[in-house]
Design a protein around this ligand. Sequence first.
Ligand SMILES: Nc1ncnc2c1ncn2[C@@H]1O[C@H](COP(=O)(O)OP(=O)(O)OP(=O)(O)O)[C@@H](O)[C@H]1O
Length: 322
Amino acid sequence: MPDSDFIRLEEVEKVFEVRKRTGFMKRERREVRAVDSLSFSVARGEMVGYIGPNGAGKSTTIKMLTGILTPSGGRLRVAGIDPSRERTRLAQRIGVVFGQRTTLWWDLPLIDSYRLAHRMYRIPEARYRENLARCVELLELGDLLDVPVRQLSLGQRMRGDIAAALLHDPEVLYLDEPTIGLDVVSKAKVRGFLRELNAERGTTVLLTTHDLQDIEQLCSRVMVIDHGRLMYDGPLAGLHEAGESERTLVVDLERELPPVEVPGARVVRVEGPRQSLAFPAGQSAAPLVAHLAARYPLVDLSVREPDIEAVIAKMYAEKAVS
Ligand SMILES: Nc1ncnc2c1ncn2[C@@H]1O[C@H](COP(=O)(O)OP(=O)(O)OP(=O)(O)O)[C@@H](O)[C@H]1O
């Protein structure tokens, strides 16, 4: 297996059969094509964002990549292994983190979940100690090891979960919304750790997220899926272009004023002294800020990133027109 095909999908499909009650004693059978003729490759050591609207087929893809679900068609390999056929063998080489639910033991101290992983994955003693020490240091878990998981904050719990997924040195890490619900500081910690993990260990990362900043800060490549199909595969900048996405400059003025006038941006909202201006995502906010500061009584300002749904929605609108 060449390193460029570390994860490889060829025309992969997953069809679910759902039964819907349509009347007394009557049920209708319907097929849901969650993943539809999906093909892509991820090279060893790559960090790739995997995004799409709700129900697009992201979780279904991840479940097939871990072997939890068997594809209805096509070919799938992770590190040369067919996941659904050799799920246990594959488990030794992959790590999975689901932001929305924990794999840690809720009522037990954090360290007990790690001891369990130690035995479950049969991690050699020296390697376990080394990996645990590294995670504890970098994810700042030192004071938390004896705390029952249910008492941890969301950010602490997430860092605990990431450590649990890495104790057996997986070559591939699937992350499903790893920063969801976290505050700015916790997000920065998680992202910093993942960047270092990828740089130092060459861990291949597939990241599902609704937070464009996760992608911006971590992934040089992004894949967009919708209705089970791959809609875009390339750099994030290209996605912005494809979707002509916009960032928002939010300015707080000293008082209520008519909409401000700034070349390269347009006012999209006025709420009392606060005005929101949209400008192309690929453009720097600095000249806009300079222009505003020279002409208007500014109190405060901030820049908001476009969210993934908005970018994708615009991308479709463009496609429909062209
Ligand atoms: N076990 C199942 N049985 C029937 N339909 C399913 C099943 N799992 C997923 N689906 C359907 O397959 C489609 C894709 O779902 P999936 O969970 O993969 O989307 P997603 O991109 O992960 O969405 P989200 O961002 O909301 O998690 C949806 O229409 C969903 O309803």
